[in-house]
Design a protein around this ligand. Sequence first.
Ligand SMILES: NC(=O)c1ccc[n+]([C@@H]2O[C@H](COP(=O)([O-])OP(=O)(O)OC[C@H]3O[C@@H](n4cnc5c(N)ncnc54)[C@H](OP(=O)(O)O)[C@@H]3O)[C@@H](O)[C@H]2O)c1
Length: 301
Amino acid sequence: MFDLDKIPSQKGRISVVTGANSGLGYATTTVLAQKEFKVIMACRNEKKAEKAKAEIIKKIPNADLIIMKLDLTKLSSVRSFAKLFDSTFEKLDLLINNAGIMIPPFSKTEDGFESQMGVNYFSHFLLTGLLLPQLNKGKNARVVCLSSIAHINATIDFDNLNSEKKYSKMTAYGQSKLACLMFAYELQRRLENAGSSVIAVAAHPGVSNTNLGRYLPKIAQIISPLFTPFFTHSPDKAAMPSLNAALGTGVKGGDYYGPTGFRKMKGEPGKSTSNKISHDKKIASKLWKVSEELTDFSFQL
Ligand SMILES: NC(=O)c1ccc[n+]([C@@H]2O[C@H](COP(=O)([O-])OP(=O)(O)OC[C@H]3O[C@@H](n4cnc5c(N)ncnc54)[C@H](OP(=O)(O)O)[C@@H]3O)[C@@H](O)[C@H]2O)c1
């Protein structure tokens, strides 16, 4: 079982957490800082990031935190982030592709992606590819991709990948989270084939009451606190599967971590399972190819 107390200091190691200012990203960053990681807080809103950083430093005065601007609605921002990272740091040991949005009204990113596919998936695909040379210089480096229970009923609809034909906010969210999961599995296969020591691992947090619910109907936001204690856990606990994937001993590339309690919604972190499509290598390979085309980027794998 994953025991955070047994994880030694990670001094000298460098991590990037996307969406580090809120919810699970904030909880993950706090633990990584406790473990003496240098954490690059990759955030879109610098004011929010500064506030989060100050809060963490109050709890952990020696926290080594650096804020770097990253707006996942713009591939240009992903490229600028990676360029700055490259010129500032010599390696990367841990990348946590955590940032995300859920069920927003329809909109497109700067590059024409449906916003959930763009923010949750395509930008993280590009970010990982651009940072891969730095990850290859890291020690036992890991990439952690955040998926969700919502992937379970999802498919990858290549004819409506960016909601070109119709937009169902929940379908698009599920698809984006399935894409993140399939990306982790496919990345692992390709890293292995290339003989890289970097591993790719996936995680999902179960259910946690965070700002992710900002687009839920008002009524749900009002009544959910009455019910949520039964099927949700705190962001600190919900961050544990990501932390298990990032820090756990015995973690292997291609593993998927999540809560092991009630309907995988809460509980202690451990190995999880994913739907049949997530393991389909043909779909994963096609998604990879389409993603390279749409982001205009070729992985060195
Ligand atoms: N909470 C759950 O129950 C749950 C369940 C399954 C999966 N997840 C996954 O867990 C991850 C973290 O979610 P959370 O629950 O911690 O939600 P959250 O509290 O809303 O945090 C999401 C983070 O992503 C950032 N973000 C959103 N759009 C961005 C953009 N365009 N560029 C850069 N950063 C952006 C947010 O920044 P701002 O603060 O500036 O908005 C925030 O820092 C997501 O990938 C989500 O899909 C969560």
